[in-house]
Design a protein around this ligand. Structure first.
Ligand code: SD4
Length: 290
């Protein structure tokens, strides 16, 4: 018989996760479904951390990062891309139609145009106004806090039981020009091993990269941990290592081959969406720092 399709995603993205879940039920493979979910947030102007409407860097430029990984271990990613809305789809193009895994900046943009993506101004009036407000008081140092979130990572298991994932972000509002986060780094923001499971991250990318968090979670599952235990272990490792764990957020979602899921965060306030058996549910996350 068919395997129960499941989609999970970071934060409370009801529509994005429903889009992925329905795509799976309609027979889409896990990668197509995960990207369909991510595309919902890339298009949504209300999400100021992903795609169109995202907050700019401290010079006023919107620059995006994204990655995808499929059940065969293929992956693609783009970093520091401007003027292209659907960067998770672009990461997939890198995977499918280039000899590379990762493209950056102008090269990624040019590749997008060559592949038929359209140039779009992603800076909305709203984010321009917010940016101008920020400029009034800005100190020239990274702005990092636990409200600075809304990166989407989606992990899907399709009706054939295959796992894939996709991730998309503008990173941190008013980041330094050139800054790249964890989301496009395979193993940090996203990792999939179809024999074991998959994980995705959100929160302060600098800290996620230091533990290669998503790869860590998949390896912990390989060694017998449940998705929940693996997410907790990864967050604890960050909490123990970081000088100031109370000052930032790190959160993970994970799914294993059996369709068991896990989610955990450093701070209060994280949630995961889970679509399973035709129902889309929001799940509030437990967290490490009390
Ligand atoms: C980053 N991890 O670029 C991303 C930010 C994020 O929700 O997750 N925001 O560091």
């Amino acid at each position: 018989g068919k395997i129960n399709p499941i989609s999970i995603c970071t934060w409370g993205f009801v529509d994005a996760n429903a889009a992925a879940g329905r795509a799976l039920e309609n027979g889409n493979n896990a990668l197509d479904a995960a990207i369909k979910g991510v595309n919902v947030e890339e298009k949504d102007l209300k999400n100021t951390t992903v795609g169109n409407g995202a907050a700019p860097d401290r010079e006023g430029n919107v620059t995006l990062d994204a990655s995808v990984m499929d059940h065969q271990g293929n992956c693609g990613s783009v970093v520091y891309v401007q003027d292209i809305q659907n960067v998770a789809s672009l990461a997939r193009e890198v995977m499918d139609h280039s000899p590379h895994v990762m493209l950056a900046g102008d090269g990624a943009y040019q590749f997008a145009i060559n592949r038929g993506f359209k140039k779009q101004n992603l800076l909305t009036d709203n984010s321009k106004n917010q940016y101008r407000e920020w400029l009034k008081t800005s100190k020239y140092k990274p702005v990092i806090n636990i409200e600075n979130h809304d990166t989407i990572g989606v992990i899907c298991r399709d009706i054939n039981g295959n796992l894939s994932g996709a991730c998309s972000t503008s990173g941190l509002a008013y980041k330094m020009p050139g800054r790249v986060g964890d989301s496009p780094i395979i193993g940090a923001g996203l990792y999939v091993d179809n024999e074991i499971g998959a994980a995705a991250a959100t929160g302060l990318g600098e800290e996620i990269m230091k533990t290669v968090g998503s790869f860590l979670i998949v390896e912990l599952m390989r060694n017998g941990k449940s998705p929940q235990e693996a997410c907790e272990e990864a967050v604890k490792r960050t909490a123990k290592r970081a000088a100031n764990p109370e000052d930032f957020q790190v959160a993970y979602i994970a799914m294993n081959k059996a369709g068991e899921t896990g989610y955990y965060s450093l701070q209060q306030g994280f949630a995961m969406m889970e679509y399973s058996n035709g129902t889309n549910r929001r799940k509030e996350s437990a967290y490490y720092l009390k």
